[in-house]
Design a protein around this ligand. Structure first.
Ligand code: FUB
Length: 313
C-alpha cells in the first residue's frame, strides 16, 4: 500500500508540471528556449530544447538543463517535466548547449553538448531512456566526443551541436561542430563511435548547428553560417559528400546572434523548427524562443526560403 501511495505521489507531481501552451510563434511563451531538435515518434512531435536562464540584461549563456514539449497537431504544445540536466552527466561541469534525441530499437538516445569537467573545452554526452519523455540517464559514464579528439579548429568549442542521422540501411552517423564540421559512424549500441572521425568538406564557411536529413534519396545538410547566423543548406548523393551548396533557408532574425534549427516531417508536412529572440526585449541572443513554420520543397526538391512568422502554423 505504501508503495502504491508513493507511486501516486510521484505521478501526481509529474502531472502537475504539464503545461498546455498557447498557439502561434514562439510556441513556448512561459520560458526562454533555444537550440530546438525535433523527433517524431508514433503520433506525436517532440521538441527538445535548451533553456536560456540568464538574468535580465545579462549577456551570456546560462543553461543548466534541457526541456521537452510534445504536440499531436503542431498547434497545441504540452510541456513535460525536465528530462535531462547537466548534472546528469557526472563528468560535465556546465553549459547545456545544443542537443538532439533519436529513437533506435525502442530506446531514445540524447546527444548533448556540455562543458567537460576535466578535459578542456566542450564535449558531447549521450543519455538514454525507454521513452521520449525520459527520465534520461547518462548512457556511458564518459563523453562520446571530447575536444582533444578533433583538430579541425583550434578553438575549445568546436565539439558542439551534435545531430544524429540514421540512414535507410540502419547505419547511424553523428555530425557536430563549430567552425569545423565533423562526422563519424556510430556503433549499433549508439554510444560509441565506429572508426575514425572525419571532417566534412563544407562548400561554404561553417559556423555551427548541422542538421542532416534525407528526402527522395538525396542527403540534405543544413547549417548555420556567418555571425549573426543565417541557415543555409547543401545536398549530396552520399552521406560522405561531396556536398553541393544550394541556398539560404532562413535569414537571421535580427535580434538573436544564433539561429539553431531542425527540419522534420510530420503527418504529411515538413517543418522548420528554429529559435529567435522574439520574446525578449533585451539580451535576446541569450533569451531565445523556439518557433515553428512550415517548410516546403519545390518540384526539384529545393527547399524554399522560410520567412519567420509570429502567426506560426
Ligand atoms: O545555445 C548555445 C549555443 O548557441 C548552441 O550550442 C549553438 O548552436 C548556438 O545556438
Amino acid at each position: 500500500m505504501k508503495k502504491i501511495l508513493f507511486f501516486l505521489l510521484i505521478a501526481n507531481q509529474a502531472m502537475a508540471q504539464l503545461v498546455e501552451l498557447p498557439n502561434g510563434n514562439p510556441i513556448i511563451k512561459n520560458k526562454f528556449t533555444a537550440d530546438p531538435a525535433a523527433l517524431v515518434y508514433k503520433d506525436k512531435m517532440y521538441i527538445y530544447a535548451g533553456h536560456d536562464e540568464a538574468p535580465t540584461r545579462e549577456q551570456r549563456y546560462i543553461m543548466n538543463d534541457w526541456l521537452v514539449f510534445s504536440s499531436s497537431d503542431m498547434k497545441t504544445w504540452t510541456e513535460h517535466p525536465v528530462p535531462l540536466k547537466v548534472t546528469d552527466f557526472a563528468w560535465a561541469k556546465g553549459d547545456a548547449w545544443a542537443s538532439q534525441v533519436v529513437e533506435r530499437n525502442g530506446k531514445f538516445y540524447w546527444y548533448a553538448t556540455v562543458e567537460h569537467g576535466t578535459i578542456k573545452g566542450k564535449a558531447i554526452g549521450v543519455a538514454v531512456a525507454d521513452n521520449p519523455l525520459g527520465p534520461f540517464k547518462d548512457a556511458k559514464g564518459t563523453a562520446i566526443i571530447t575536444n582533444d579528439m578533433t583538430k579541425g579548429a583550434t578553438i575549445s568549442w568546436d565539439d558542439i551541436d551534435p545531430t544524429v542521422f540514421v540512414d535507410d540501411d540502419g547505419q547511424a552517423y553523428l555530425f557536430w561542430g563549430n567552425t569545423a564540421c565533423y562526422y563519424a559512424k556510430l556503433k549499433p549500441n549508439m554510444i560509441e563511435i565506429d572508426g575514425e572521425i572525419k571532417q566534412v568538406q563544407m562548400p561554404t564557411k561553417f559556423t555551427e548547428a548541422p542538421w542532416v536529413h534525407k528526402r527522395k534519396g538525396i542527403y540534405y545538410l543544413s547549417y548555420s553560417i556567418d555571425f549573426p547566423e543565417k541557415t543555409v543548406y547543401a545536398t549530396s548523393k552520399s552521406i560522405n559528400g561531396p556536398w553541393k551548396f544550394e541556398s539560404l533557408i532562413c535569414e537571421n532574425s535580427g535580434n538573436s546572434n544564433t539561429n539553431h534549427h531542425a527540419i522534420v516531417d510530420f503527418k504529411g508536412k515538413s517543418y522548420f523548427v528554429y529559435h529567435n529572440g522574439a520574446l525578449s526585449p533585451d539580451a535576446a541572443s541569450f533569451h531565445r524562443s523556439v518557433c515553428v513554420d512550415e517548410l516546403k520543397y519545390d518540384k526539384n526538391g529545393k527547399i524554399q526560403k522560410i520567412v519567420m512568422t509570429s502567426a506560426g502554423l
